[in-house]
Design a protein around this ligand. Structure first.
Ligand SMILES: *[C@@H]1O[C@H](CO)[C@@H](O)[C@H](O)[C@H]1NC(C)=O
Ligand SMILES: *[C@@H]1O[C@H](CO)[C@@H](O)[C@H](O)[C@H]1NC(C)=O
Ligand SMILES: *[C@@H]1O[C@H](CO)[C@@H](O)[C@H](O)[C@H]1NC(C)=O
Ligand SMILES: *[C@@H]1O[C@H](CO)[C@@H](O)[C@H](O)[C@H]1NC(C)=O
Ligand SMILES: *[C@@H]1O[C@H](CO)[C@@H](O)[C@H](O)[C@H]1NC(C)=O
Length: 407
């Protein structure tokens, strides 16, 4: 009668050879500098916001003091533009000494002293996207250097590596060198996105063997349009992407832009709910020093984080689309439990009525309970076969549901 058990078993069986470094058993959570702080390297003109150790230390302080660490956010991630413009006499990368006077080792010590983890950035190819020295010719040395410094996560980009066919070799080499350091380092790969851009077929089996998380699609920007286009991409590709996600391996639709300049509160709730349904990494790129409480509360919502961090690590699917309304559903680890979003990408508040059996769950019959996560409303006794679920979805908004059987 409960057919969803079969689905869980099938999904859980993928990836016998998936990357085995013990990391990212659930989607990683933390903070990443890029979308908000970019390559701002002028600390004379903008000392508060330039890419410097001070910025990362201040974000670490906020993660700890404002409740993010307790909610699960643990990585503090540097992106591009941290390096000096050349390697040192031994060919090692080192941080710009004016902006990072403690060096990356010193910064890692600070981050670790707060109970947090440090992420760093490099690129495959000779230069990073912003033209700083990158790892193409020095994969082994750089892996060793990052491990010596105490780095816990590595994002390897690749825009200046023009021959994208080489990435199928280069990224797995880096995986081997990271493994050989003996330090568990969560590996974030940009490789599938570059293959997609170049029209090269992506082998997700190979990707999952070598990366913990990977970017599939273009960089997020600080706009609702950008969020919508990312959601569309994941819907279009879901039959390919859902099977490769699971503990240790996650598709990465890019950073959370909640609390930045563009998203309304409704739009921010929608991004948070959709990223939870997608089993996406929750890497905030915002200014935690100035974020307002309404956005902070969205990022700290325990029920939404629980859906994101569900142990089964299953990526949800779009199961229904009617005009601007989309329904996405993710099976949870607890048998017969689901999380569902009713997402409104349009500009009008919309009343929707959907037969309960069309919400993407996989019961055959029975009585179910629906909990509206953001609004804290209960619908305790719905007949799976005959009842219709009705709710109002705000414009550019989402209704997030937790669905479970009444036993
Ligand atoms: C930094 O900004 C200041 C003030 O705008 C400017 O005078 C200076 O030339 C900039 N430095 C660099 C390296 O761009
Ligand atoms: C990187 O530099 C090396 C030597 O300087 C060169 O042989 C190689 O072609 C360069 N790679 C790319 C992707 O430009
Ligand atoms: C290296 O790979 C082996 C085999 O997959 C795995 O057991 C081990 O935990 C890995 N070590 C690190 C540090 O990633
Ligand atoms: C994809 O990668 C896997 C694992 O490395 C390999 O077994 C398989 O042959 C590859 N598929 C293609 C089409 O190259
Ligand atoms: C939605 O339904 C409520 C109550 O059922 C009603 O008051 C409201 O006007 C409706 N809104 C729209 C946009 O139809």
């Amino acid at each position: 009668m409960w057919a969803s058990a079969v689905l869980l078993v099938l999904l859980g069986s993928f990836g016998a050879n998936a990357l085995d470094n013990g990391l990212a058993r659930t989607p990683p959570m933390g903070w990443l500098a890029w979308e908000r702080f970019r390559c701002n390297v002028n600390c004379t003109a903008d000392p508060k916001n330039c890419v410097s150790e001070k910025l990362f230390m201040e974000m670490a302080d906020r993660l700890v003091e404002d409740g993010y660490k307790d909610a699960g956010y643990e990585y503090v991630n540097i992106d591009d533009c941290w390096m000096a413009k050349q390697r040192d006499a031994n060919n090692k990368l080192y941080a710009d000494p004016e902006r990072f006077p403690s060096g990356i080792k010193g910064l890692a010590d600070y981050i670790h002293s707060k109970g947090l983890k440090l992420g760093i950035y490099t690129a495959y190819g000779n230069f990073t996207c912003q033209g700083y020295p990158a790892s193409g010719m020095h994969l082994e040395l750089d892996a060793q250097t990052f491990a010596e410094w105490g780095v816990d996560m590595l994002k390897m980009d690749g825009c200046k590596q023009m021959d994208r066919h080489t990435m199928k070799k280069g990224y797995p080499q880096m995986t081997k060198y990271l493994n050989a350091t003996g330090r568990p380092i969560l590996f974030s790969c940009s490789w599938p996105d570059y293959e997609r851009g170049a029209g090269i077929p992506i082998n997700y089996t190979l990707v999952a063997e070598n990366c913990n998380i990977w970017r599939n699609y273009v960089d997020i920007q600080d706009s609702w349009q950008s969020v919508l286009s990312i959601i569309d991409y994941y819907a279009k590709e879901q039959d390919t992407l859902v099977p490769v996600a699971g503990p240790g391996n996650f598709n990465d639709p890019d950073m959370l832009i909640i609390g930045d300049f563009s998203l309304s509160v409704e739009q921010a709730k929608a991004q948070m709910a959709m990223w939870a349904i997608l089993a996406a990494p929750l890497l905030m790129s915002n200014d935690l020093r100035t974020i307002t409480p309404e956005y902070r509360d969205i990022l700290l919502n325990k029920d939404v984080i629980a859906i994101s961090q569900d142990n089964a690590g299953i990526m949800g699917k779009r199961v229904l689309q009617k005009g601007k309304i989309q329904v996405w559903t993710k099976p949870l680890a607890a048998v017969f439990q689901y999380a569902t979003t009713i997402f409104n990408g349009g500009n009008a508040p919309t009343n929707v009525s959907i037969p309960v059996r069309d919400l993407g769950t996989n019961y055959d019959t029975g009585t179910i309970h629906i909990h509206d996560v953001w609004r804290q409303i209960e619908y305790p006794n719905l007949n799976y076969l005959y009842d219709v679920f009705s709710t109002t979805v705000n414009s550019n908004g989402v209704v997030l549901l937790h669905i479970f059987p009444v036993v």
